[in-house]
Design a protein around this ligand. Structure first.
Ligand SMILES: NC(=O)c1ccc[n+]([C@@H]2O[C@H](COP(=O)([O-])OP(=O)(O)OC[C@H]3O[C@@H](n4cnc5c(N)ncnc54)[C@H](OP(=O)(O)O)[C@@H]3O)[C@@H](O)[C@H]2O)c1
Length: 284
């Protein structure tokens, strides 16, 4: 069977400075000819580039610091790659962020940043890089969506919306470019131990159950294995595979009922958290 074109390719990986992206970078570097790492934190990217270059002398490791939620910066990044004739064979759209809380209490600035990053940047990068893959008849796109892209839950409305976009977009893109041999895979992880929760602002203090939480490396390993096998959908970890199978079998009407007490609990926790924050800010 034809494998996804990782070996000897030039790959561009977003969100390489931490979590799943950093783990993907470590696993991609030994296999590719060139790896372009994208994120905002330059110090982290430089450190990772140094480490990967030392461990993988055959590969060229490059960094492109960029705020992908900034439209001008994103366009400039794509223009630079085109001007320098950098041919991207594999695009890994991993960068993403969440925002935890009831939507009526959400900050618009954070919501908008999330839409720009999770939806627009992913789509724009794909739009700029996929035509070349189709013309060359070789390439692949690996999109990191989420198990939230296959579900609905309270407390993550806009994030879940972005991941439903990624899921629908990726499945359909796969069909659009199949004729050219371009591989398109989406990964829908459950909880992964990264900086995600900190950025999303977990105010509950609740932890994911041990039997579904994975390390970033385990997630990256499953993602690349599925991509290499040209899978449409990868759900890393046995625990999450079982959870998502049960979820798919449960009638929507029941899922909606079960989610209501959770919504009430989350709202109470968030209101208490906001009151504590206000009191702290007022120096009480
Ligand atoms: N962790 C989970 O439980 C989980 C579950 C399902 C799906 N996912 C998905 O997995 C992907 C990776 O997340 P993670 O868990 O590894 O979280 P993470 O540790 O917070 O990593 C997020 C990465 O995205 C980058 N990023 C964030 N905002 C950016 C921006 N404006 N421009 C450029 N890069 C930006 C961050 O780098 P800088 O801050 O340096 O820019 C970082 O490298 C996301 O798409 C997330 O939705 C995560």
């Amino acid at each position: 069977m034809m494998r996804a074109p990782i070996a000897g390719s030039t790959a561009l990986l977003t969100g390489a400075s931490s979590g799943i992206g950093e783990a993907l970078a470590r696993r991609l570097a030994p296999r590719v000819k060139k790896l372009v790492l994208v994120a905002r934190r330059v110090d982290r990217l430089e450190r990772l580039m140094g480490e990967l270059a030392l461990a993988n002398p055959h590969a060229e490791i490059a960094i492109e610091p960029c705020d992908l939620a900034d439209r001008t910066a994103l366009t400039a990044l794509c223009d630079k790659l085109a001007q320098e004739h950098v041919t991207i064979d594999v695009l890994v759209n991993n960068a993403g962020m969440g925002d935890m809380g009831m939507f009526d209490l959400a900050s618009w600035e954070k919501t908008e940043q999330m839409l720009e990053l999770n939806v627009r940047a992913l789509t724009y990068l794909t739009h700029r890089l996929v035509p070349g893959m189709v013309t060359r008849g070789r390439g692949g796109v690996l999109n990191i969506s989420s198990s939230f892209g296959l579900a609905f839950l309270p407390g993550f409305a806009a994030y879940i919306g972005t991941k439903h976009f990624v899921t629908g977009f990726t499945e359909s893109l796969r069909l659009d470019v199949a004729h050219a041999g371009v591989v398109v895979t989406q990964v829908c992880p459950g909880p992964v131990a990264t900086e995600f929760e900190k950025v999303a602002g977990n105010f509950t203090g609740a932890r994911a159950p041990w039997f579904i939480e994975l390390s970033a490396d385990a997630c990256a390993k499953a993602a690349l294995r599925g991509f290499s096998r040209r899978r449409a959908l990868v759900i890393p970890g046995l625990g999450m595979k079982v959870m998502m199978a049960l979820h798919a079998l449960t009638p929507k009407v029941l899922l909606r009922l079960l989610a209501l007490p959770m919504a009430r609990w989350l709202r109470r926790r968030q209101e208490r958290h906001l009151a504590e924050e206000r009191a702290r800010a007022e120096g009480r």
